[in-house]
Design a binder for this molecule. Structure first.
Ligand SMILES: *[C@@H]1O[C@H](CO)[C@@H](O)[C@H](O)[C@H]1NC(C)=O
Length: 249
């Protein structure tokens, strides 16, 4: 028979897994207004497990940046929504495109989520409008304590789904020091803005309301939305070279 303490140890290890790989969502966010985040992209991705919804960011007139875990096992073509606040695909002002050209970083580690980055090439260059604009990419890490903004569609709490684009002002945290990861705080006692992330693949943005710079790709969160925890983002600066190599941007 196994000694009792050994069993306990095993169970503790299982329950203290560092990260929960669920689809992160915004909690207690604020609805975005039209044109406020014109780089925000909605993605419908066919996978073996079904149709996945993810966020993304327009980084030029031909490239969308998103997370590897969104499309690592994708097949056929990805449906891309640009210039809309709605994830339902029925906005007359939006542009809808389909792409079969995408790639993810082969150094993506599905256990640690290191290098959780992917790119989608648009079938044709998109024309920029007030509602469709690219975002600049960061080449340097942001210090802990900096105020930043996470943007996404999706749940506004554990299991409460919203189809309206939402944002939260959050703070870069010291919490996780994994290589290539930016973390943000989620205060379980706060009624104010709180996150468990934005939709996977979507952006974490510095100066979102003035001179926006893309600093992270929504990747994972630790804990449940309404019980706190932290949001984990692929550091844009960390994967900047990979993006440049593959897009020239
Ligand atoms: C988020 O921060 C911006 C810039 O500081 C501010 O204008 C906006 O009102 C904030 N939003 C919320 C919901 O607090």
């Amino acid at each position: 028979m196994l000694p009792k303490h050994l069993l306990l140890l095993t169970i503790t290890t299982v329950y203290s897994l560092p990260q929960q790989k669920l689809n992160p969502r915004i909690f207690n966010g604020e609805p975005a207004t039209k044109g406020q985040f014109p780089w925000q992209v909605g993605l419908y991705i066919p996978r073996n497990t079904g149709l996945t919804f993810c966020g993304g960011s327009l980084i030029s007139d031909t490239w969308v940046l998103t997370a590897a875990h969104c499309l690592a096992d994708a097949f056929f073509s990805i449906r891309i929504l640009l210039g809309t606040l709605k994830s339902t695909g029925d906005d007359p002002d939006q542009i809808e495109l389909h792409s079969q050209e995408y790639l993810y970083n082969y150094d993506f580690d599905p256990w640690s989520y290191e290098n959780d980055v992917a790119l989608i090439k648009l079938p044709e260059p998109v024309v920029f409008t007030d509602y469709i604009q690219p975002i600049l990419l960061a080449s340097e890490e942001v210090d802990a304590g900096t105020g930043v903004t996470v943007i996404g569609w999706g749940d506004t709490g554990d299991g409460a789904r919203s189809s309206v684009l939402t944002y939260s002002n959050v703070t870069v945290a010291e919490t996780c020091k994994d290589i290539g990861t930016v973390c943000t705080d989620s205060d379980p006692d706060s009624d104010a803005q709180n996150i468990c992330g934005g939709d996977s693949g979507g952006p974490l943005v510095l100066n979102a309301f003035t001179y926006p710079v893309h600093i992270g790709i929504t990747s994972f969160y630790n804990g449940a939305c309404e019980r706190g925890g932290y949001g984990g983002f692929t550091s844009t600066a960390y994967v900047r070279e990979w993006i440049k190599t593959n897009t020239g941007i």
